[in-house]
Write a protein that binds this ligand. Sequence first.
Ligand code: AMP
Ligand code: ZN
Length: 471
Amino acid sequence: MALRLFNTLSRSTQEFVPLDPAGRRVGLYCCGPTVHDFAHIGNFRTFVFADLVRRHLQFKGFDVRHVMNITDVEDKIIRRVAETKMSLKEYTRQYEAAFFEDFQALSCLSPHQTPHATEHIADIIGLIQKLADRGLAYRAADGSVYFSIEKYRAGGARYGQLVNLNFDEMRPGERVASDEYAKESAADFALWKARAAADGAVFWPSPWGEGRPGWHIECSAMSMKMLGSSFDLHLGGEDLIFPHHEDEIAQSEGAGAQEGGRPFVKYWMHGAYLLVEGKKMSKSLGNFFTLRDLLRQGFTGREIRCALLTAHYRESFNFTLDGLRGARAALARLDECLAKLREKAGGATSAPEGELVGKFSAALDEDFNISGAWGAVFDWVRENNRLMGSGEATPARAAAALAAWEKINSVLALGRAEDSEVPAELQALLEDRQAARKARDFKRADVLRDELKTRGWVIEDTPKGARLKKV
Ligand code: AMP
Ligand code: ZN
């Protein structure tokens, strides 16, 4: 069955047809985290949504190339670097490491490439140069370089492809220096920001003087470098539609690298907010939970993933601990059924029964209708419980049911209950031990290590940091 998805660009649900003439390869870019602090689970709602899209595409046989950038230089980061007196790299790498730990705890597949803005300054400068050569970028009095919306539009291009903008209120040449700005204030935006005293040691040389890239240009430069000047899917949270993604289109199509009238991106998909009491979960409102907060409270990664996958990606939904407990209960029901099926199947193996796989996949094919997909899963649980209760289930039938579950679980990625997930309290002990080491309190660090050992876990050092392994 064909996959249909809601494309923000056309404001309609369309059949997904990749640009690859063979219909196999798919380029997917999802805007990644700004590593200025721990990500909250609102951020992770978007990354779990992107993971669902990628996994379902793979399930359907597409060969997905997934790129996610790491924004490791921007206004907020620079402020925090100045406060902490750390180097930019030291500061951002700690939050990047934490981000990937959380990302993995939620079973998100690692992107094939995770380019950093600071490692692509030459590509960024090259793209700005192209825009300058085409008359679309200009240097303002403060030395910063801006994108000219007036020139872009004068060349026949459309600014406002993802949102409707009112140009009557826009004064030509009006500029905005900050990376984040409101819808009403469509204005020339910064491509390159001239070095300011507050930037400290964060600057690079460029043809326009020392400075640093604006936020929007990094995604244009890195996505086109890694996926080509025209690619299939671009994802992010709904707050990125404007200005970030609109500006990405302007920069990328303004540079004119696309062949044969192709767009920069064929399908744009945006995930709705995770809310807290009706308001967007965000750092600035202070109404957020990090994944760590929840793990410490005893929830597991699979329970939190399940909760984040409750609602359709285009519907905002309220996060509550009760909701999370609801996800825990639903998973327990599923786990119980799976355990009974495993017992019944014994050693039997079978091809997957088709009904669950067909219904689940058909639901996701309809613009990732997750409620329909859950409906299929829980109908299946009910039916299997009934069969096992009435004695109608045979080992072969149970094995076929389990094989079907394994297939769809490659998309849901809920793992297995018995997978040795590190209990949250032990994870917290590990974190305390790492903190003790950092503070050079080696005595306490050793006590914590021994405590973990007596509880059956050893610490394993990996390139991604320390983790626990069962003895
Ligand atoms: P940031 O690290 O701020 O650049 O955000 C990373 C991703 O999280 C972006 O795609 C945002 O759109 C998304 N995001 C931020 N807040 C929320 C939220 N409350 N719900 C869902 N996605 C969010
Ligand atoms: Zn981006």
